[in-house]
Design a protein around this ligand. Sequence first.
Ligand code: FAD
Length: 411
Amino acid sequence: MSRHDVIIIGGGAAGLSTAASLLSRRRSLDIVIVEPAPKHYYQPGWTLVGGGVFKPQETEREMKDLIPSGARWKKAAVTEFFPERNAIALDNGEELSYEALVVAPGLKLNWAGIAGLEDALGRNGVTSNYRYDLAPYTWELVQTVSSGRALFTQPPMPIKCAGAPQKAMYLSCDAWLKRGVLEDIDVEFHNAGGVLFGVQTYVPALMDYVEKYGIDLCFFDNLISVDGDRKVAAFERKRDDKIEIIERGFDMIHVCPPQTAPDFIARSPLANEAGWVDVDQHTMTHNKYANIFGLGDAASTPNAKTAAAARKQAPIVAVNTLQHLDGKDPRAMYDGYGSCPLTVERGKIVLAEFGYGGTLLPSFPSWLLDGTKATGSAWFLKERMLPPIYWKGMLKGKEWMVKPKLIDQPL
Ligand code: FAD
């Protein structure tokens, strides 16, 4: 069994950034990234693919080209954890052992959790920006639907990028408005939760667009099945103490699937009760195993599950992993930062940036970019700045972007 300084599980936004951040601090580290997928995706770009702004190919890169130099790629999936003896098992039968383990396998999109959905996707007007191959179909539908009913759904929290279901809706409505067909389309937002967005500060700006587009907000409606042939979706509707099943016919439905921790995490000794990697919300250190760290969508921390959060978490995990390797206590602290650029129309964004407890954490002074309002500057950031920041900064461990807060500094 080979032993390594650091093993990182997952070559996604969080895993690659952590590898790069570690190597930028200590070049000599022996790091292995365990990742089964041949491609890496810039998922935040899929909203703009569904809105006809980006080509899907712009969001896809070969994994081999993104593994930071100095790290080695083990092309396999992790199946099991043996934290008592610092080892993991892979699906090819191998075992690896580590001094420190970083767990960042993302989350599971539970398409099968909605009856009929897997079969229905990709035809009969059933789409989702949550899949690379389907986001272009969203744009195709937006261009071809001219009347009838369009449904947009949001499952119970937590989900990655909590704003993505409504981003798809606003961009669709904007395109229909510009084509002069919006008044012939009934748009409904069926949300399993009871609020439009979790941080109230951003809701007024979003409500302006809900009203402008004439969207019917249906809270506490949880999608339970999709019949693509009949073009009918069923929802469990909670009103007061009553639950009823309602059916809605559609010409187009954009589905955000329910989301859980990956199965191999949920059944492992690393999981908390809800199945997520059980880490301290500030140090990102496992609550039971001091040499294990978790970040990204798989972590139990109550931040918004976003690539923006992973960007801030990666240096925290890098610093604290090195502390552990040096026999010291964790000293970097994560403040819960996450960000959600809400694309309310083509060319304008409400840029939600916040940390634990909904504390606003804007990156810019409000005279430059006021995140509580729809602005063109936030759109410019999303369309032009954030992709290169992701590819060339975050995944390369460029530390000018984020300075990790240390334990002796206030959060
Ligand atoms: P991922 O990037 O999903 O990577 C996880 C990796 O782990 C994958 O490569 C996977 O193959 C690998 N893996 C899985 N299982 C195993 C295993 N058993 N062994 C080894 N490896 C494994 N974020 C924003 O900041 N802003 C946005 O505007 C935004 N918009 C979004 C819009 C959409 C439609 C979607 C889908 C997401 C959006 N996000 C956004 C969220 C963002 O993409 C995720 O939060 C981010 O990618 C999480 O990073 P991660 O590394 O935890 O997971």
